[in-house]
Design a protein around this ligand. Structure first.
Ligand code: GLC
Ligand code: CA
Length: 562
């Protein structure tokens, strides 16, 4: 593959729909309660039927699983629980045989503390790997700066061997890599080539806009009542980030016809234009967090705030407009870090089916590359376990303990977890109504969502009006209609608190997407929209009959003007 001349088709990812698999929770083939690669292979025909073009696989690399594989011990080996390298190679072939592509997770902001580089780095100040990580002396017996870790506590861990601290923006088993070191960068590039030479089709890059830190590592601002400072502005979109991404592109990515998506907390549309402008050769698209943070107080994801549709519309419209003809958007409601969208911006009872379809249409008619997270296509919902013992996520467990110590009540904390906890997304995929939702014949590593008897893939496949077939239709329309991938975007009725209405335009073609984000009937009074509702031709809807100016609960109607 290397050296192949790239052509216009290299923008294949613009017409693609990506399906994300979280391997631990997808399908267990051998009854040990943990999803695995053979399990994924069993389900590839299901993904083909849905119409997914690309699979993004969360990490399958060797890992002690402090953060479910986002703490990598060996980048060039497969996690034992998931299978072997031979299983991986077989999966890649089977994916390609079905005309699909495979994108892997690239986690290079940090490694596991069990990675050989860190094991060496720890040994002494003059070890050749010392400078692969951030080591600093303490300041008056304290941590080198006041940064907090995303998973609670300080971002620094003291190590006796050399009487210094190392930096970990995530758990203390995830030490941050020092990208200032050119030797480290070279090793990462070689590792990327190892996978690309196997024929994988791209990378999703974990917190990639955090790899360039301000070398002074200054203290962050402290909000009232917080124990640690927020160093975000010293490590997000840092001083050398564009240089590093351009170097990575030149050394590696430009030689392969692949796609890249960078996960970028704290990136605004202006940053996104720089990251995704094709001329600049950095990445193809990024994952923004802005729309995912709208139902939390600023800087504190666990402090829930009611969701306001007007804010969501304003935000998504801003991204649609800012990147049009300049860069490229990713489109997502869900992933393994986010609660389930139908329980979040929709209604998981009684309008689960209607609202799941409405949300799907609302997102999939925008410009960008849509991502579907496993279970979203059958309308999987959030979960409410009453005991903390049933939770597995390190972020959730650390936060619980920290807040208990600060005096929060069990109920208060559980409410935050029900709203925002990552395990909402990580309960096993619901395949059928048999024990453990058909995910495993053993005991699952995390409990199944009790709603699996009603919500499962088998039931969805047997029902022609299911959410699954609605997604299938959306994916198909994206292939058929250039206006979805190329058209301009305009937000209508921007102050309306229940309706999300937008128009797409390409030459003399027009699409109107009208979404009711409420459980009430809403009369469309606006003349401009109302007239179109009466006269235009209905392309798609989520109720069996359509045609009036009254939108039913969570109804979506998509109209075409020809
Ligand atoms: C990303 C991943 C998340 C992980 C973190 C640290 O945000 O999506 O799951 O915990 O990075 O790697
Ligand atoms: Ca297994």
């Amino acid at each position: 593959m290397e050296g192949k001349t790239l052509s216009i088709n290299d923008e294949w990812w613009k017409k693609s729909v990506v399906y994300q698999i979280y391997p631990r929770s997808f399908m267990d083939s051998n009854g040990d309660g943990i999803g695995d690669i053979q399990g994924i292979i069993e389900k590839l025909d299901y993904l083909r039927l849905l119409g997914a073009d690309v699979i993004w696989l969360s990490p399958v690399y060797d890992s002690p699983n402090d953060d479910n594989g986002y703490d990598i011990r060996n980048y060039q080996a497969i996690m034992k629980e998931f299978g072997t390298m031979a299983d991986f190679d077989q999966m890649l072939t089977e994916v390609h045989n079905r005309g699909m592509k495979l994108v892997m997770d690239l986690v290079v902001n940090h490694t596991s503390d069990e990675h050989i580089w860190f094991v060496e780095s720890k040994k002494s100040k003059d070890n050749p790997y010392r400078d692969y990580y951030f080591w600093r002396k303490g300041k008056e017996g304290q941590e080198p700066n006041n940064w907090g870790s995303v998973f609670g506590g300080s971002a620094w861990q003291y190590d006796e061997t050399t009487d210094e601290y190392y930096l970990h923006l995530f758990s203390k088993k995830q030490p941050d890599l020092n990208w200032e070191n050119p030797k480290l960068r070279k090793e990462v590039y070689n590792m990327m080539k190892f996978w690309l030479d196997k024929g994988i089709d791209g990378f999703r890059m974990d917190v990639i806009n955090m790899i360039s830190k301000n070398p002074e590592l200054p203290d962050g601002d402290k909000r009232k009542g917080q124990l640690y400072g927020d160093g975000g502005r010293y490590f997000m979109n840092g001083p050398r980030i564009h240089e590093f991404l351009q170097e990575m592109n030149q050394e590696v990515l430009s030689k392969y016809p692949v796609m890249t998506v960078g996960e970028m907390p704290g990136a605004a549309p202006e940053d996104a234009v720089l990251y995704t402008d094709p001329e600049r050769k950095e990445v193809n698209m990024i994952f923004t967090f802005e729309h995912m943070d709208l139902d939390s107080a600023p800087g504190d994801k666990w402090n829930l705030k009611p969701f306001e549709l007007v804010e969501l519309k304003e935000n998504l419209a801003k991204w649609q407009t800012a990147l049009h003809n300049k860069g490229w958007n990713s489109l997502y409601w869900n992933n393994h870090d986010q609660p389930r969208i139908v329980s979040r911006f929709g209604d998981d009872d009684p309008y689960r089916v209607e609202s799941a379809k409405m949300l799907a249409a609302c997102l999939h008619f925008m410009q960008g590359t849509p991502y579907i997270y496993q279970g979203e296509e059958i309308g999987m919902t959030n979960v409410k376990f009453t005991s903390l013992d049933d939770y597995r996520d390190i972020e959730t467990i650390n936060m619980y303990n920290e807040r208990r110590a600060l005096g929060y009540s069990h109920e208060e904390i559980m409410n935050s977890i029900y709203g925002k906890g990552r395990d909402n997304a990580r309960t096993p995929m619901q395949w059928d109504s048999t024990d453990n939702a058909g995910f495993t014949t053993g005991t699952p590593w995390i409990k199944v969502n009790p709603r699996y008897k009603e919500i499962n893939a088998k039931a969805a496949l047997e029902d022609p009006s299911s959410i699954f077939y609605f997604y299938q239709k959306l994916i198909q329309l994206r292939k058929e209609m250039d206006i979805i991938t190329k058209g301009g975007f305009e937000l209508l009725l921007k102050d309306h608190s229940q309706l999300f209405v937008y128009e797409r335009k390409l030459y003399d073609e027009r699409l109107l997407v009208v979404c009711n984000f409420s459980g009430e009937e809403v009369v469309v009074e606006d003349e401009a929209v109302g007239t179109k509702l009466k006269n235009d031709h209905v392309l798609l809807g989520n109720y069996e009959t359509v045609g009036t100016n009254v939108l039913r609960p969570y109804e979506v109607i998509v109209l075409k003007n020809s």
